[in-house]
Every structure is written in C-alpha cells, then in structure tokens.
Design a protein around this ligand. Structure first.
Ligand code: COI
Length: 361
C-alpha cells in the first residue's frame, strides 16, 4: 500500500480573524467549517495518491457517482483540544483510524493506512490551528474524516475509485441544552441494525436508518431514540448516534459489543476512566424491562449517553410505549459528572495522560 505525502496548497483568502473569532465564541455543532480540507484519492491498481491540503470548497460530482446511489460511504469523528500551554492535541486518533479500516472492510472499500489517516488529520489541524477553540471551555475542534465511492456508473459493485476527505468544524455542545439531561424515546418498532449487518461500521446508512425513529422520538418530545436488539426486541443496544451507560451505584455497565453496536471510542475510554476512578466497569446485557424496573426501584441510579460529539450527556427522562420514568432526580448524576470531568481533564491536558491517549501535534 502506498502512503502519499500531503501536498500543501493553502487558501489565499482564509476567513478574516474577526469573523473566525465570532464563530468560535458560539460554534454550536457542525455548523461552521475551517478554511481547509485534506483530500486523498484511491484508484484500483494505483492505490492511494494525490494527497492534498486545499481550501475548503464544494465538490463537483457526476449525478451517476456510485455513492449517491448505493451509499458506499464511511466516516469518523474525533476531536482536537487546545492544551494549557497553547499547543493542540487530538484524542486517540489511532483508535479512529483502526475503526475506519474496519468500517472500510465491512463496506468493501480500500483501507487507508493508519499513519496516513493520522497524517491527514494532523495536516489539517496544523494548517487551521487558529480554529482550535481556547483552552478550558467546552469547545474543541471536531474532525470529520470520511470516504466515499467516486466511480461513475450504476452497476452495483465495490467501486474502483474513492475519495478520502478530512474536514474540521469548531464544536460546542452537541445538544442545544449543553450538559442538561436529555430525554430518550425507546423505539420498539424500528431497529437500527441486525446481526450480520453493518451496525458496527461507522457508515452513513446506519444514521439514515435511524432518522425515522429519531423523528418519532422528537414527536414524543424526546431528544434521542434508543434502539433495542433486532432479534428479541428487548436488549438495549445504543442511541441514534451514541452509546449508552447504566450506573448502578459504584458500578457502570454498557451494552456488550454484539456486532450490531458501534464500538465507540468514548465508550471504550470510559470503561478505563471509570476503573481508574475506582468504579467497577463492565460490558453486559440490559433489557428495557430491567431498565424500567431498576429505575423505578431506585437501584439504577443514573444513565448517560456518550460519544465523541456528545462527550457524556446525562439522561433525565425515558419514554417507551405505555410508560415513562424519570432517571434519577432529573439533574446530572454524580457519577456521570465525575466521569465526564475526568475524561475532559485528560483531553484538555489538565490531568495526566496515563494511557497515552493524547496525540500531540
Ligand atoms: C460522533 O459522536 O462523533 C458521531 O459521529 C455521532 C454523530 C451523531 C455526530
């Protein structure tokens, strides 16, 4: 496999500093993009080639480009944080690079070498470093690497050409309410993924599949949908775009990776952070009936959602057909907030990085 170096072709007219600062003061999530992007092509027989850092700009695609028809697309999400000394470090990019390879295998796409994935992210962050929000707040720079089939044609087959791109977006809280508890609608009609399907791949199709149930959740007044397993329709899997944790006093439990659940980097990191803080942390099965029962009898003390975008977001209310219950007292739980702080301290460089997770630029 060839590993192209990335040729720098920076913009002659990046956004004015005052406009950039205005965006950084209130970035929201996924609404603004930095001045540049990295693109790398793959062609059958030639491999990866033509790596470039270029001004952020629209793409021009033939209407018969395969991804528009058969959705051969994968993506990642990771964040870069301003450190106390003003430098920038990203969180576990190697883990994202490996998951990107695993998603590529599942969708019959070429695997981007781990070092090229990291080099592309680094090149973009280095070029657009002024877009990394100041140290100490909730904000960070969200990186979105993705790859899709660019071959033109309507035959259904793995494409012979792909484009890998990394874009970056300054990010504040994913949910408009910040770390306020969110409400969850448990979907008993729709499933996200099936055994043997592609639920453990980070591909747009899984998110498209979640939108109808997400709209139902919104109609129920809830911020997120929670999926159950496709076979028995009773085991909790994950939310539309993030993993879930259950807190039983000093023990935290997250649904086991069954093949239909995305292996979240935040999910994985929290198993370790929780153990570092002296909690028991395990993967297991939690049914929706158990969730309801243990919440009602008070043994299930807190529930939270986690993901790169959402970090850790407490769950305050749960609804399912015919029932609803408050999670805890409706305020962010103590364990949830301790774990959140401990993880953010590592990411922001104010706590020791004992697991070597921070990648300095
Ligand atoms: C992330 O957390 O990075 C994701 O990809 C989830 C998406 C809902 C923003």
């Amino acid at each position: 496999m060839t590993t192209p170096t990335i040729e720098l072709k920076p913009s002659a007219s990046p956004l004015a500093a005052a406009e950039r600062e205005a965006i950084l003061a209130n970035p929201g999530f996924g609404r603004h993009f930095t001045d540049h992007m990295v693109t790398i092509k793959w062609t059958e027989g030639r491999g990866w080639h033509d790596g470039e850092l270029v001004p952020y700009a629209p793409l021009s695609l033939d209407p018969a480009t395969m991804v528009l028809h058969y959705a051969q697309e994968i993506f990642e999400g990771l964040k870069a944080y301003r450190q106390p000394d003003g430098t920038v470090a990203s969180f576990r990019p190697e883990k994202n690079a490996r998951r990107f390879q695993s998603s590529a295998r599942r969708l019959g796409m070429p695997e981007l070498p781990v070092e090229t994935f990291i080099e592309a992210c680094d090149a973009l962050v280095a070029q657009d470093a002024d877009w990394v929000p100041a140290h100490g707040g909730e904000e960070s720079l969200y990186l979105r690497p993705f790859m899709f089939a660019t071959e033109v044609g309507l035959g259904v087959k793995p494409a012979s050409e792909y484009l890998f791109i990394v874009i970056a977006s300054p990010a504040g809280a994913y949910f408009p309410g910040g770390v306020k508890p969110v409400s969850i609608w448990v979907s008993e009609d729709h499933v996200r993924a099936v055994p043997g399907g592609m639920g453990d791949a980070k591909t747009g199709g899984n998110y498209a599949a979640s939108l109808l149930a997400q709209a139902e959740a919104a109609a129920e007044g809830c911020a997120q949908v929670c999926y159950l397993d496709a076979v028995e329709r009773k085991w909790v899997e994950e939310l539309g775009g993030m993993n879930l944790y259950f807190v039983y006093g000093d023990k935290i439990v997250t649904p086991s990776l069954t093949g239909s659940i995305l292996e979240g980097v935040t999910r994985d990191s929290l198993l370790q952070v929780a153990r570092d803080l002296g909690y028991e942390a395990e993967e297991g099965r939690v049914s929706v009936d158990q969730w309801q029962r243990d919440s009602e009898n008070g043994t299930l003390t807190e529930v939270f959602a986690c993901g790169t975008a959402a970090v850790i977001t407490p769950v305050g209310l749960v609804k399912r057909t015919g029932a609803q219950w408050r999670q805890g007292d409706g305020e962010p739980g103590e364990v949830t907030m301790k774990l959140r702080q401990a993880l953010l301290d590592i990411q922001r460089g104010t706590a020791a990085d004992q697991h070597g997770w921070m990648h300095k630029l």
